[in-house]
Design a protein around this ligand. Structure first.
Ligand SMILES: NC(=O)c1ccc[n+]([C@@H]2O[C@H](COP(=O)([O-])OP(=O)(O)OC[C@H]3O[C@@H](n4cnc5c(N)ncnc54)[C@H](O)[C@@H]3O)[C@@H](O)[C@H]2O)c1
Ligand SMILES: [Zn+2]
Length: 243
C-alpha cells in the first residue's frame, strides 16, 4: 500500500503529536522509529469528544507530548498549562481545543521548516533519546510512550544542568509533569549498560555518539552531539531514584 492517501483521525490525546508531521513507522525490538517513512495525511480530523472514553493513564501520557511542545518552543504555553491544569485534566472542551491547537501549531511550525528532519525537526525529540531506551528495553509494554517521554524530559533537564547548558530547569520540569500525573523517575529496573547501548543506536546519533535535545531555558532547546557517557550514567542513576 505504499503511497496510499490517508486521513488521520486521532482518538488519543497523544496522537495530536503523531497525527501531524507525516511520520509513519513500526516499533522494532532493536530500536523504535527507525523503520518508517515520511508520508503526509490528506487531512487530520480531531474530535475531542472521543477523548472522554480514554483511560486516565492515556490522558496523562498525552499531556507529556503537549507539555513537550511548550518546553521546546514556548514558555508562555508552559505557564498556561500550569495555570489551567485542573480544568484541562477534566478535559474542559474549550481549553482542550485551545491546547491541541497550540500544541499542533508548534509541531506544524517545526515540521514545515524541516519536513525530513535535517536539523530543526530533531528538537521534537526532547526526552526521546532516553524514552526510546526505556520503551525498547521494557518491551513497549510496562511503560507507555508518554510516560517514557516524561521521564526522559526530566533526564534531559538534569543533563542540561550537569553540562551547565541550563540552570534551575529540572525542578519546574518535574513539577509540571507531576501535576499532570506523569512519572518523573524510572521505576523499572533497566540496566544502565543496555540503556546506553540503545541510546547510541538512536537515529539522531552519528557513529554511535550520544545525541540529546537539551533545554537551554524554559521554552528553548538545542541539540547537543557527543554527550559524555559518564554524565548520562549519572542522570540514569538519578532517574532511578539514587540521588
Ligand atoms: N510519529 C510521531 O510523530 C509520533 C509522535 C508521538 C507518538 N507517536 C507514537 O504513537 C504511539 C502511541 O500512540 P497512542 O497513545 O495515541 O496510541 P495507542 O493506539 O497506543 O492508544 C493507547 C490506548 O488507548 C486506547 N484508546 C485509543 N483511543 C481511545 C478512545 N477514544 N477511547 C478509549 N480508549 C482508546 C487504545 O486501544 C490503546 O489501548 C507510540 O508508539 C508513539 O511512539 C508517534
Ligand atoms: Zn513522542
Amino acid at each position: 500500500m505504499r503511497g496510499v492517501d490517508f486521513i488521520q483521525v486521532p482518538t488519543t490525546l497523544l496522537a495530536h503529536d503523531s497525527s501531524v508531521g507525516g511520520k509513519v513507522a513500526v516499533n522494532h525490538p532493536l530500536a523504535k522509529n527507525t523503520i518508517g517513512a515520511f508520508h503526509q495525511p490528506k487531512l487530520v480530523a480531531y474530535d475531542t469528544a472521543l477523548l472522554h472514553t480514554l483511560p486516565d493513564r492515556e490522558i496523562a501520557a498525552g499531556f507529556a507530548e503537549v507539555i513537550k511542545h511548550g518546553l521546546i518552543w514556548d514558555e508562555t504555553f508552559v505557564s498556561w498549562l500550569e495555570a489551567n491544569e485542573e480544568a484541562l485534566q477534566q478535559l474542559d472542551h474549550d481549553l482542550l481545543q485551545e491546547t491541541l491547537l497550540r500544541a499542533c501549531s508548534i509541531k506544524v511550525s517545526v515540521v514545515s521548516e524541516d519536513e525530513k528532519e535535517a536539523g530543526l525537526r530533531a528538537i521534537l525529540n526532547l526526552g526521546h533519546t532516553f524514552a526510546h531506551a526505556f520503551e525498547s528495553l521494557s518491551g513497549y509494554k510496562k511503560i507507555n510512550h508518554g510516560e517514557a517521554v516524561a521521564i526522559g524530559m526530566v533526564g534531559a533537564a538534569l543533563l542540561a544542568e550537569k553540562m551547565h547548558i541550563a540552570e534551575n530547569i529540572s525542578a519546574r520540569t518535574r513539577n509540571i509533569l507531576r501535576t499532570y500525573r506523569l512519572p518523573t523517575s524510572l521505576e523499572e529496573d533497566l540496566s544502565a549498560d543496555e540503556m546506553i547501548e540503545v541510546m547510541r543506536r538512536d537515529k539522531k546519533g552519528e557513529g554511535g555518539k550520544l545525541v540529546f535535545v537539551l533545554p537551554t531555558e524554559m521554552g528553548k532547546v538545542k541539540i547537543v552531539k557527543d554527550v559524555d557517557e559518564k554524565l548520562v550514567r549519572e542522570v540514569l542513576h538519578e532517574l532511578k531514584g539514587g540521588e
